[in-house]
Ligand binder design. Structure first.
Ligand code: ADP
Length: 264
């Protein structure tokens, strides 16, 4: 019965053509909607810290006879400014990714270095929460891709693991080869993510708990950057999570056998 099924799906040429055109149109409309949504979200997200900074500046100017309040408001202004900086940087990263500039920037990268840099990036934060941040990398693993992008992806995963973990817990980062792929895994024993949210966390600006994310300085862009980086470097990203138990994110990238390049 298999050949019959195949045959049944073949439509006359004209209707097939129309179907393709219709798909193109809906695809274009969909992209247009995503673009408009993105612009609306970006303006909203940028206005929030800017508004906070304005209010805090007013508060500071009115609290000149209260040095303690001035210090407190100034510190909060600093936090908001930092959040704004991160947000702008991530928006730039994301739009660069969408511009698809991969081919020119692809180089051979030692996975051990990506992992070490990502751990280094979150070390201070981990230490301040008493989190043990460990990494293990199997042998000499290489991938071929955009260094800055892959650095951002692995760093984002480790940063999230530390952010969404309680004090005194563990975060483990490992990299190993599985057939033709390199799998970089980041595991935590943190808050976890409900199954119903798992698909949405890779969307831009999506946060499971916006109030909590705001207090942790989250932008909701990290995982959408990870997803784009994975895709534009020929890989993918997988997630396993159980609320209350923790989460495991795996970045899968095609392995690159670079002995020849290395010996030169
Ligand atoms: P954010 O800047 O808010 O961390 P992300 O895009 O990196 O944005 O993540 C989106 C949301 O997914 C986060 O707000 C958080 O709710 C959830 N999330 C991401 N990583 C983890 C993790 N390791 N543990 C629990 N929740 C996570």
């Amino acid at each position: 019965s298999a050949p019959l099924q195949v045959h049944a799906r073949v439509a006359p040429l004209t209707s097939r053509l129309m179907l393709v055109l219709a798909e193109d149109r809906t695809q274009a409309q969909r992209l247009d909607m995503i673009r408009r949504d993105f612009v609306a979200n970006v303006s909203h997200e940028l206005k929030t810290p800017i508004g906070a900074i304005k209010l805090l500046a007013e508060a500071v100017s009115e609290a000149t006879d209260d040095p303690e309040a001035v210090t407190r408001f100034s510190a909060r202004m600093g936090d908001e400014a930092e959040r704004l900086t991160r947000l702008v940087q991530q928006i730039i990263d994301l739009s660069r990714l969408q511009a698809d500039t991969l081919s020119e920037d692809a180089v051979t990268i030692k996975v051990g270095e990506l992992v070490a840099e990502a751990c280094e990036h979150s070390m201070t934060e981990a230490e301040s929460k008493g989190i043990s941040l460990r990494s293990s990398v199997d042998g000499d693993l290489y991938v071929h891709g955009d260094r800055a992008q892959l650095h951002a992806a692995v760093s984002n995963l480790v940063e999230n693991a530390v952010t969404y973990s309680p004090e005194q817990s563990r975060v483990a980062v490992s990299a190993k080869r599985v057939d033709g792929d390199v799998k970089v895994t980041v595991s935590d024993n943190g808050v976890g993510i409900p199954a119903s949210e798992l698909e949405r966390i890779f969307e831009r600006f999506y946060r499971v708990d916006p109030a909590r994310a705001r207090s942790t300085g989250g932008t909701g862009l990290g995982l959408s950057i990870v997803k784009h980086v994975a895709a534009s470097n020929g890989g993918s990203v997988e997630v396993w999570s159980e609320p209350g138990l923790g989460s495991t994110f795996t970045l899968v990238l095609p392995a690159f056998d670079s002995e020849i390049d290395e010996e030169k």
